[in-house]
Structures are given as C-alpha cells and as structure tokens.
Write a protein that binds this ligand. Structure first.
Ligand code: UGA
Length: 457
C-alpha cells in the first residue's frame, strides 16, 4: 500500500520503518530539513534498537523515502499518518498546531480519497478539528469537503515504548482503531484492516471503536500506568518510614492476577515524553469539561516530589550543604535503551546536587551527547553549577575519589558491577540507588552503605 507518514519523530519513524519492512511503499515527510538530511545519508536521528537496520534495509529496497516535499507527500499516500509532535502548551494542554498544519496540507494538496490517521497522541475531539480543517481547505479549492467521500479520519493511537518501539510495533498487544460510522468510515476500515493484517496473523488484535473512544483510550492507558507508578512510589515512601521492603511488597501484591507484576517498580519518578505530558493534558481536558480528575492531579504531584526523594536521602546522610562533595551518577536517560532526556529524573536530581554545591561526574551508555545539550540549557542561568558537571565516557571513571555513587537509570550494565573494585575507588563505600538494583542484605555483607527506594537500610 502507499503510505505517507507526516513527522519523523519517534512514533512516525518507527511506524514508517515497520510498515515499509512488511512491504508497503512509505513516504516520510518532515519539515525539518536537518532530520531528512540525516535520514537520507543513512543516519537515524534517534537511538532505538533495531530501527537503523530496518531503515537501511527498506531504503536499499526503495520502499522508504524521506523528504521535505509536502505536496509530494500528500499525493503519495492513500493513507496519511499524522505523527507530528503535540508538545504541552504553557497551561499543560496539548499544542495541536503541528497536527492541524498537517491536516491543512492534506486538504490543500489532496488528489484522491485519503484515509487520514491520527497517530499522534491527541485530546478527545481532535479528529473533528482535523476533519474541519481538511474540509475547509477542500472547500477553498472548490471541492466539496463536507461530502465525506474525499477523506475519512481514523484515530489509531500508538502504544509503543521507547527502547522497545520496533518490537512493540511488530508485536502489538492491541491495535486500536477509531472509525466513523459512515460510508467513508467503511472504506477507511477496509484499508486499515488490510494495512494491519500482517500484525494479526495469529489472532485478531484490532479493536474497532468510535473515534472519540480511541482518542480517549490512549490517554486512559497512560494515565493508568502513571497512576500505578505514583502509587508504588507513595507506598515506597511509607515503607521507608515503617521499615517494610517495597520489593517484597511488590511481589506480594503482583501475584494477585487482578494487580499483576508489571509497572509496579518504585523509583525516582516517571519521566519521558508521554506520561508527564499526557497526565497533564488529561487533567486539562477534564477542567475544560467542568470535571476535576483528582486522582491524576495527585499522581502528578506525587511524581513531582518523587524526583527529589533520592536527593533528600543524600542530604539526610551527608548534610544539606554538599560543597566539596563529588557524586558519580550512573544513568541520565529517562529510562534504559534510549538517549531521550525529556523529563528525565536525572535532570532535577543533578540540578539539585549542583545547587547544593556538589560536583557531579555523570555517565550514560548512550545519552551523554543529548545530556550535554539539555544540561547546557537547563543550567544556562547558573554557569558555576554547569561548570561543576562533567560527563565521562566510561562508567568506572565516574567513581574515582567520589563521595558516593548515585544510580538514576536501570541500564543492564549497572546491574552487576565489581563491588570490590567499586569500594576500592570510591572515597567511601556509599551508594544511593534510585532504581533498587541491588539487595540491601548483600550490600550490608559487602560493607557498602546502601540507600534505595522503600527498602531497608
Ligand atoms: C509509555 C507507555 O508505556 C507506552 O505504552 C506509550 O505508548 C508511550 O508512553 C507513549 O505514550 O508514547 P515510554 O514513555 O516510552 O512509554 O516509557 P515507559 O517504559 O512506559 O516508562 C515511562 C517512565 O516510567 C520511565 O521514566 C520509567 O522509568 C518509569 N517507570 C516505569 C517506573 O518508574 N516504574 C515502573 O514500574 C515502570
């Protein structure tokens, strides 16, 4: 099938590459010529396991094209995926300007029936706005946009996780497709069915529903997951106070199939481009509709505070003033297998350590480049703090002479370090672990002073 993907961010690039991989003819559009240049010279602007290989393969077979040519992109695809960013506005609501601009271009250059798929995470009701914009443009061209035989809008939210995006796309738990209950909707349904057929070989995973419910499903899923994390973080803070072990509690409750084991890990708070933004946007949507989402407001507040919990532990142990102290920080990305620094807990944590006068030596397997860029911006107003932050290329180099090791992201390579060596190079055997990677008992036996989240000290 002929597919156009508008936006080569995480979702767009993965969607485009995976659809090309299964045999479609994919045209990827981006307004940023830099990104297109990188892609056309064989690079991939994001770090995502498996993606580079798929893009190289499909490019070699001529099944994927990258371009900034808007008109050509609209003319290419019978199915047009809108996968552009929806960054939060100042008030937390999703900024739809890029989505609506994409819609406008589709209306402006449309040359036949188009299935327009909202892949970006967009608030309930966005499909109607997209429809109105396309209709307006068609009308302006003297084509009857209201007739519904020139295009149909589909909501097809994406549930991929960064770091596992290719796998999530290729082996989805479910494919949510929101479709209009009219003639054009039927055509769109057939096209979507054909497009996603290869992902449904073993059993049907597609859930057809109305457009608003599909839009809502995406937010409700992320809101539920964020709620589980904030809930566990709150429990871990209480566990700290009553002397319980959140890891044992996690296993104890996860064994109940109604609860399940996934997404129950206490830590330094959730980050990334989705949970913080989507929780805020849903709270906002509720407000606009005269309703207050009290649980989600609490989820957000708890998450905000959780990003300080590890620094509080450090300050309790070493004193509020950390002048002259040096901290080795392992992990900068908001989670493993990505270089994404958006809302990463490391940003607040490192800024807090620096604000208390400390030096920070940080390491991450892939995010150092991105971290340099982000911290230069975050700390632009406090150059003396920025000067006390350094990045090193080797995990071990962070440790030499440091007062403590602080773990912020649970990369695999942090899970089993050489503790004897670690002890010998740190100034004192002191670890603050924001991801509960080690067993407190084993640490005690090794003579390491170990602070984790919601675990006995
Ligand atoms: C999340 C969802 O998991 C995806 O299903 C969704 O498609 C995506 O958002 C999106 O809306 O695009 P992602 O943000 O890539 O995916 O990352 P997650 O693996 O969900 O992790 C989010 C944050 O929660 C990370 O900071 C992680 O460290 C934290 N987390 C996760 C915990 O603190 N505890 C857990 O038990 C799980």
């Amino acid at each position: 099938m002929k597919i156009t993907i508008i936006g080569t961010g995480y979702v767009g690039l993965v969607t485009g590459a995976c659809l090309a991989e299964i045999g479609n003819d994919v045209f990827c559009l981006d307004v940023d010529p830099r990104k297109i240049e990188i892609l056309n010279s064989g690079g991939v602007p994001i770090h995502e396991p498996g993606l580079q290989e798929i893009i190289a393969r499909t490019r070699a077979h001529g099944r994927i094209t990258f371009s900034t040519d808007v008109k050509a992109s609209v003319e290419h695809g019978d199915v047009q995926f809108i996968a552009v960013g929806t960054p939060p506005d100042e008030d937390g609501s999703a900024d739809l300007q890029y989505v609506l601009e994409a819609a406008r271009n589709i209306g402006r250059y449309s040359n036949g029936f188009k299935v327009v798929v909202d892949k970006s995470t967009v608030p309930v009701g966005t499909a109607e706005r997209v429809r109105a914009v396309i209709a307006e443009e068609l009308d302006a061209r003297g084509l009857d946009g209201s007739a519904g035989h020139r295009f149909s809008i589909v909501s097809n939210p994406e549930f991929l996780k960064e770091g596992a995006a290719v796998d999530d796309f290729m082996r989805p738990d479910r494919i949510v497709i929101g479709i209009d209950d009219d003639e054009a909707g039927l055509i769109a349904r057939e096209k979507m069915k054909r497009l996603y057929g290869p992902f449904n070989r073993n059993h049907e995973r597609t859930l057809y529903m109305d457009v608003r419910s599909a839009e809502f499903t995406k937010y409700a899923a992320n809101a539920m997951l964020a709620t589980r994390i904030s809930f566990m973080n709150e429990m871990s803070n209480l566990a700290d106070r009553v002397g319980a072990d959140i890891e044992q509690v996690r296993r104890g409750i996860g064994s109940d199939p109604r609860i399940g084991y996934h997404f129950l890990y206490a830590g330094v708070g959730y980050g990334g481009s989705c949970f913080p933004k989507d929780v805020q946007a849903l709270v906002r949507t509720a407000g606009e509709n005269g309703h207050q989402l009290r649980i989600l407001e609490a989820v957000e507040a708890v998450n905000y505070d959780q990003k300080e919990v590890l620094v509080d532990k450090i300050a309790t142990r070493l004193g509020e003033d950390l002048t002259g102290r040096t901290f080795a920080v392992w992990g900068l990305a908001f989670k493993p297998n990505t270089d994404d620094m958006r809302e990463a807990p490391s940003r607040r944590l490192i800024a807090s350590l620096l604000a208390r006068g400390a030096h920070v030596r940080a390491y991450d397997p892939v995010a150092i480049g991105e971290a340099r860029r982000v911290f230069a911006l975050d700390l632009a107003g406090t150059p003396d703090a920025l000067a006390r932050l350094s990045f090193v290329a080797k995990q071990d180099e962070t440790l030499v002479g440091a007062d403590a090791l602080v773990i912020v992201t649970e990369w695999k390579e942090f899970k089993s370090p050489d503790f004897a060596h670690l002890k010998s190079v740190l100034k004192a055997p002191l670890i603050f672990d924001g991801r509960n990677l080690y067993e407190p008992q084993a640490m005690a036996e090794l003579g390491i002073d170990y602070y984790a989240i919601g675990r006995p000290h």
